[in-house]
Ligand binder design. Sequence first.
Ligand code: SF4
Length: 419
Amino acid sequence: MGCTKNENATIAKKGSNGLDFNPWDAMEPRAPGKTPREMKNGAPVKTQDVAPEGVYRPDYNILTPHMRSPEYVQMSTAAAITLGLAQGRMYRCSCTRCLNLLLTYPEGCRANCAYCGLARHREAERDYADRNFIRVDWPAVPMDVIVDKVASDGENSPFHRMCISMITHPRSDEDTVAVLKAWTARIDPEAIPVSILSNPTTMGRADVKRLKDLGADIFTVALDAATPELFDRTRGKGVQSPHKWSKYWEVLEDARDIFGPDKFGVHLIAGMGETEHEMLSVVQRVVDMGGHNHMFSFFPEEGSLMDHLPATPRDQWRRVQLGRYLIDYRGARVDQMRFDQAGRVTHFGLPAAELEDVIQDGAAFRTSGCPGKVAEDISACDRPYGDSPPSDIASYPFAPDKKDIKKIRKQLGIPNRLV
Ligand code: SF4
């Protein structure tokens, strides 16, 4: 299998009906189908019970071995290439700075989020460890192999951060703790800090506190959807999924209290049917709490319940991407920005010269996420091509050059320098 998915999906300059944004009405997920009983809960993998041997590279033509966290975790293709566990080259990137680890079980994630390749409705189609997620395969690797490799690299490790991504599974809380302990037993969390991408549905305040006490540095909540209605449509009752908007905010507030300012935040996916005003309002709410926002552009993940829908038009994406950066790092406020009747940004609320500097600098258009060792506003988690193909980059996993900035200006409708 190749490592990137849906290469042929085109990203329209304009979205549905010639609009330059994805409106609510055009973004209805399809309904999940019925899963035959014999395919539920990872039954084929558990019944055959094939013992794993070392690294498992996703291949849905063979039966997946029986692998479970905390002994096994999956890692992004970019991390596997960087660690030397997979062959491959990434367009204009030599490596990734974040080691993204994902808990794994034959039963997989028990949630059904409409935009996600890991969702439960895929049980009949593909074993869990073979499912694509944010456009790439996730090889499964024994945790002790990972720790050995990173520990032996010592100060020469390419990684600026490690992140444990939880999924919705009854073992997720305990196994996140076990993976974190296995890491900190061999690797100094001051040298390579750890982030937690949490699953609030199974967590309480005590779980958040335990992760902090065990050395986690940053705690994030994958809110993903920007409004309660969109959350319910894509992650809750709308797709027979267990998540609740109120629970996500409750755990985010716990994280604010326990991890403190700048050490908590949310993930958001732009272009799933919310307006730009709604998206930047939630960004403001998180910044007002003391946290940060990591925002991605919606891309129709192959096999997901939204794989038939348009990717976020670049015009919409650049406006919210820039707005997010200005609110997160430049003191702009959503109430100083201006929006049109469709909720689109028409003014960013900053003097022209200041806006010009930010656009030319380019950091606003890089992948957003937890910081590494470069600067507070430069993410270690560069997720190469997680939200777009390399042919039409949404989040730049590297510093955009002059040609890139020229393209971004065009997408923003600001083709010439303002000053
Ligand atoms: S909880 Fe996370 S991993 Fe599970 S389906 Fe939803 S987005 Fe995907």
